[in-house]
Ligand binder design. Structure first.
Ligand SMILES: NC(=O)c1ccc[n+]([C@@H]2O[C@H](COP(=O)([O-])OP(=O)(O)OC[C@H]3O[C@@H](n4cnc5c(N)ncnc54)[C@H](O)[C@@H]3O)[C@@H](O)[C@H]2O)c1
Length: 276
C-alpha cells in the first residue's frame, strides 16, 4: 500500500470538540488540509466564527457550531446534523477540555515552586471540581456516546480522545481534578474500545505533554514558562499544535486500522524522566 492510501482521509466526515483553538484546531487543520470535511464544535462563539471563516477562506471544507459539551442534548443534535450533512461520520476527536486552575504548588516545573494554599485539597471547592469533571470527563463520555450512535450502524469509525500525560503522571502545579479526569478519560477510552472493537470502530487517546495553546487563559504563551518547561523536557523544547498533525492523521486513517484502546504520549520525552 502507498503512503498516500495508508493516510487517506479524503471525503471523511469528521467532528472535533473544542475545535476552535489549540490542539483541536490543529486536528481540524490536519484533517481538512487532506480533504476531510470537518465540523468544529466549541463553546467560544467568537473564536469558532473567526477560525471557520479563516479556514473556509483557505478553501478547506470546515464548518463550526457553538456547542457546550456539558449540554448533552445539544451535543447529540450537533452530531446528528454533521452526520446528516456528510452522510457519514468517520472520525471523532473528543478533545474539548479545560485547565482546572492552580494546584497545590504554584510555579511550573523548572521554575521556582512554592506551596499554594488556595489550590490545596482542603480548599478545593465543589464548584471547581464539578466544572472540570463536567467538561473533561462527562463531556468525553457524551462525545463517545454520540459517536457510537452514528458509527455502530455503519460498522466503521475512528475515535480519538485527547487525554494528557497527566492521565498517569501527577503534576502538583495543576489542580487535582485534572488528574482525575484525564485518568478517567483514558480508562473510559479503553472500556469503550473493548466494547466497540467488534464493530470495526477503533478508540484511542493522544496524551500530550506541554503544548502552546490557549488553555488556562493562555499561560503557555509566556516565554518564561516555555523556557522553564523546555528545560526539563528531554527534547529541550515545548510542543506546538502542528506537532500533532502526524499522530492525528495516523489515528484517523487506515494506517492505524488494527490499533485500538491505546494511549499514545506525545511529549518530547517528558514522561520518560529527567535527562540533561
Ligand atoms: N496544551 C497542553 O499542554 C495540553 C496538555 C495535555 C492535554 N491537553 C488537552 O488538550 C485538549 C485541548 O486543549 P488545548 O490545550 O488545545 O486548549 P485550548 O484552550 O487552546 O482549546 C480548548 C478548546 O476547547 C473549548 N472548550 C472549553 N470548554 C468547552 C466546552 N464546555 N464545550 C465545548 N468546547 C469547550 C475552548 O473554547 C477551546 O477552544 C484539552 O482536553 C486539554 O486538557 C492540553
Amino acid at each position: 500500500m502507498k503512503i498516500a492510501d495508508l493516510f487517506k482521509v479524503e471525503g471523511y466526515g469528521v467532528v472535533v470538540t473544542g475545535g476552535a483553538s489549540g490542539l483541536g484546531l490543529g486536528f481540524t487543520e490536519a484533517l481538512a488540509a487532506n480533504g476531510a470535511r470537518v465540523t468544529m464544535l466549541d463553546i467560544d462563539a467568537k473564536r469558532i466564527a473567526d477560525e471557520t471563516k479563516r479556514l473556509q477562506t483557505a478553501g478547506l471544507d470546515v464548518r463550526g457550531e457553538v456547542v457546550d459539551v456539558t449540554d448533552h442534548p445539544r451535543l447529540d443534535k450537533a452530531f446528528d446534523d454533521a452526520a446528516k450533512l456528510y452522510g457519514r461520520l468517520d472520525v471523532v476527536f473528543a478533545n474539548a477540555g479545560i485547565d482546572p486552575g492552580p494546584g497545590a504548588i504554584a510555579g511550573w516545573v523548572g521554575s521556582n515552586r512554592q506551596r499554594n494554599e488556595a489550590g490545596a485539597l482542603e480548599n478545593y471547592t465543589d464548584e471547581r471540581w464539578n466544572r472540570v469533571i463536567d467538561i473533561n470527563l462527562d463531556g468525553v463520555f457524551a462525545t463517545l456516546r454520540a459517536a457510537a450512535r452514528h458509527m455502530k450502524p455503519r460498522k466503521t469509525g475512528r475515535i480519538v480522545v485527547t487525554t494528557s500525560i497527566a492521565a498517569y503522571l501527577n503534576e502538583a502545579a495543576i489542580g487535582a481534578a485534572y488528574m482525575a479526569t484525564k485518568a478517567g478519560a483514558a480508562h473510559l477510552m479503553r472500556s469503550v474500545a473493548l466494547e466497540l472493537a467488534a464493530y470495526n470502530i477503533t478508540v484511542n487517546a493522544i496524551a500530550p505533554g506541554f503544548f502552546v495553546t490557549n488553555i488556562g487563559g493562555g499561560h503557555a504563551h509566556n516565554p518564561e514558562t516555555q523556557k522553564a518547561v523546555a528545560g526539563v523536557v528531554p527534547m529541550h523544547r515545548v510542543g506546538f499544535p502542528k506537532d500533532m498533525a502526524g499522530l492525528a492523521l495516523f489515528l484517523a486513517s487506515p494506517a492505524s486500522d488494527y490499533i485500538t484502546g491505546q494511549q499514545i504520549s506525545i511529549d518530547g520525552g517528558w514522561s520518560l524522566g529527567v535527562a540533561d
